[in-house]
Design a protein around this ligand. Sequence first.
Ligand SMILES: [Zn+2]
Length: 253
Amino acid sequence: MTTAAVLLKRIDFGDDDLILTYFTRARGKLSVIAKSARKSRKRFCGMLDLFSESNVVCIYGRGRLPVLQEASLLHPFSDIRSSFMKTAYVSYLAEILYHWMEPEAAQIQVFDLLHQVLERIDRNLMPDELLSIVFQMRLLHISGLSPLLDRCCRCHVDMDALKECRVGVNLVRGGVLCKACSRENPPELYLSKGDIKLLQWLGGGDWNKIARIRFSPEFLRDALHFLEVFVPYHLGKEPRSLAVLRQFRSERI
Ligand SMILES: [Zn+2]
């Protein structure tokens, strides 16, 4: 089996081997064993770097995991690893995919989204915060878990019909609440109606148009805060990399 693959996770196995978990175009999340990879790093030079994209060839044998036969580097994405902040953002996105995606189930849309986002983070084409927002909104959309943002998730009143400019978010119901429903279900956090419109647009907007818009620091902060609560809630766990990301961000301010 040959496929393009982004390396999400790498763990030592035995004395010389590595278990590599990729997000692949052909098979979705796929863990493979790279025999003697720690002994002969030359054989896989550059292809064992986290978040790099390679063309990998694996064979299914008698073992539990397919064996990596060969790999050729397609995109090193090395500028991601040379920045702590970029590494922190991508580690969080990779951890979401690692926990969320089913093993060996092709998700071509998710693979293409990952590639598009990694390329833009690596080349510094857009702010890292914005790319993290776009990735999470689109992943939720592809997974059928988009937050309900255009009407109250309890009484279904249209958000455009409401006067208040800030609305509450209810995680269990997966969306926004009108003022009356907020009184009975205290929201976990709040979003402005302007933020909601932008979030919805980023979930499906054209990359070229997104690149031309300047987003306010307040929008980026509030949208990230919302998604970094919403996504872990639906994931059922708090990614460990999120604590690191939050720490880097707080030190930068
Ligand atoms: Zn309501």
